[in-house]
Design a protein around this ligand. Structure first.
Ligand SMILES: Nc1ccc(F)c(C(=O)c2c[nH]c3ncc(Cl)cc23)c1F
Ligand SMILES: [Fe+3]
Length: 289
């Protein structure tokens, strides 16, 4: 029996196929493709796979947040304010770009570096705030385990454990690993848009009779107060469960600038080009090799 008043059903399923991005990098884009544009407040979810010398060299951001979660290997990020760091498997970098960040995100290890990058939109009142980082090492990420289900809580609360990450746009972001034969009933606030991205294995989502969904698929959940998951396979199932409170504002995006109007996009491009209103340091800076 599913312990929810309104169990969330699977309303869309999409296989994220590899496509080129950045400089020589490959991403499997799910949220952000034309079939999955408006999942307010989410703008993009990329499963990236990158080996040196490829990567994401110097580029700007304004008006939203990027959450980078390393799955394998390590990435070094450096920005125009001198902020530099390396995130390794299990680590999270929650970057609030706000009024403006220019940074590079490049592989730090040898071989293939893998991870997820989620773009979360900011409300109009937060779009021009000072940039800010929340960085969590794997050992600092809240985790819990119950009946064969392990959860790493990047944002929000599960199994009575809450992440310390401050989410301007109310968001939950969890990494579940379910042993074969285990099941999960995770509350998800009603009215929030929610999706699952399967990282490894295959799982049954929504109704116990549904067909299993395999890795690299993104499934959008219908409304309701929780999601039920069964692992009926013989291998572990690993997926990200992401949900967020819709902002309900106009979205005007031009690459890495996401604002509420074309005029604000025009302003962002001008600020970036002339190095002003938050992009002052852009003109002098370039990432070190
Ligand atoms: N063309 C273009 C334009 C603007 C960008 F912000 C980017 C970019 O940096 C990324 C897009 N997917 C990503 N997945 C993971 C990481 Cl670490 C970075 C990116 C990019 F590639
Ligand atoms: Fe970036």
């Amino acid at each position: 029996a599913v312990p929810f008043e309104k169990p969330r059903a699977v309303v869309k399923k999409l296989l994220a196929e590899s496509q080129p991005e950045g400089q020589g990098a490959t991403v499997r884009r799910s949220i952000g493709r034309h079939e999955l544009r408006n999942l307010d407040p989410f703008l993009m979810l990329d499963e990236f796979s990158v080996s040196k010398p490829a990567g994401f060299p110097d580029h700007p951001h304004r008006g939203f947040e990027t959450v980078t979660y390393m799955l394998e290997g390590a990435f070094t990020h450096q920005d125009f304010a001198g902020h530099k760091g390396t995130i390794r498997a299990g680590d999270v970098q929650w970057m609030t770009a706000g009024r403006g960040i220019v940074h590079s995100e490049m592989p730090a290890g040898d071989g293939v570096q893998k991870g997820l990058q989620l773009w979360i939109n900011l409300s109009s009142k937060d779009k021009m705030i000072e940039p800010r980082y929340q960085e969590l090492q794997s050992k600092d990420i809240s985790r819990a385990e119950k009946d064969g289900v392990e959860v790493r809580i990047i944002a929000g609360e599960a199994f009575g454990v809450r992440s310390p990450v401050y989410t301007r746009t109310p968001t939950m972001y969890m990494d579940f690993t379910m042993r074969p034969g285990s099941q999960l009933h995770q509350p998800v606030p009603e009215g929030w848009n929610a999706f699952v991205y399967i990282i490894d294995g295959e799982g049954v989502f929504g109704r116990e009779k549904s067909a299993p969904v395999s890795a690299h698929h993104c499934i959008v959940l219908g409304d309701g107060d929780g999601i039920s998951v069964w692992n009926k396979s013989g291998a572990p199932l690993r997926f990200a469960l992401v949900a967020g409170q819709p902002l309900g504002e106009p979205v005007v995006q031009h690459g890495p600038f996401v604002m509420n109007s074309r005029a604000e996009i025009q302003q962002a491009m001008e600020d970036y080009y002339y190095g002003k209103n938050g992009f002052e340091r852009a003109s002098q800076w370039s990432s070190s090799a």
